[in-house]
Design a protein around this ligand. Structure first.
Ligand code: AR6
Length: 187
């Protein structure tokens, strides 16, 4: 299951898969403010990536973010034992009532955008994202998919640095929602 479109010179790819297996230069982690791990994609990245990632996250907490990483911000560590060289850790919003209101939408947008900006700063040209905030953080899949895709497409249209962005979606159902959302967006 894969869908590929061109945005100027870059490729935008939707695929079904496990993000810990991706060979992009960076993969993005849907973390929480502690940066110390958790369930879902965060748990999978830490367990497959090994302890080096956690050590670096602890360092970041001690130095840059003693009170935790604020929602919408992003930080980078190496990829440990993963194929990817780097992991970009970001925190999406929590949608308590399953609603993506304007504030939450803006925070979700920031999580994608700050991850892309950080990738560019570090010279990363290929990056893979999971569907941030749509698991444990309970944001609605369809609206979150649209926000995610629009944010990435806008960035790729403005910037020529990043060559490939992959959305790595964990189930058939999530893949289908993203594929439909992409069809509904004016690219
Ligand atoms: N590859 C790709 N996608 C995955 C994988 C994987 N290996 N595993 C799960 N997903 P979630 P959130 C999908 O809950 O909603 C953690 O405990 C999953 O199906 O991982 O941002 C953190 O520590 C869903 O579509 O992240 C935080 O506390 C998507 O990844 C909290 O969860 C996001 O689900 C963050 O919640």
């Amino acid at each position: 299951m894969e869908k590929i479109i061109n945005i100027d010179k870059a490729k935008l790819i939707l695929k079904k898969g496990d993000i810990t297996q991706e060979d992009t230069q960076a993969i993005v982690n849907a973390a929480n403010p502690t940066l110390l791990g958790g369930g879902g994609v965060d748990g999978a990245i830490h367990s497959k990536g090994g302890t080096q990632i956690l050590q670096e996250c602890k360092k970041i907490r001690e130095t840059l973010y003693p009170e935790g990483l604020p929602t919408g911000e992003a930080v980078i560590t190496t990829g440990g034992n993963l194929k990817a060289n780097y992991v970009i850790h970001t925190v999406g919003p929590i949608c308590e009532k399953g609603l993506l209101d304007k504030d939450k939408e803006n925070l979700l947008r920031k999580a994608y955008l700050n991850s892309l900006k950080l990738a560019k700063e570090k010279g990363i040209k290929t990056i893979a994202f999971p569907s941030i905030s749509t698991g444990a953080y309970r944001c609605p899949l369809n609206e979150s998919a649209k926000t995610a895709l629009k944010t990435v497409i806008e960035f790729l249209k403005k910037e020529n640095y990043i060559q490939e962005v992959r959305f790595v979606l964990f189930t058939d159902e999530i893949f289908k929602v993203y594929a439909k959302a992409l069809e509904e967006i004016d690219v």
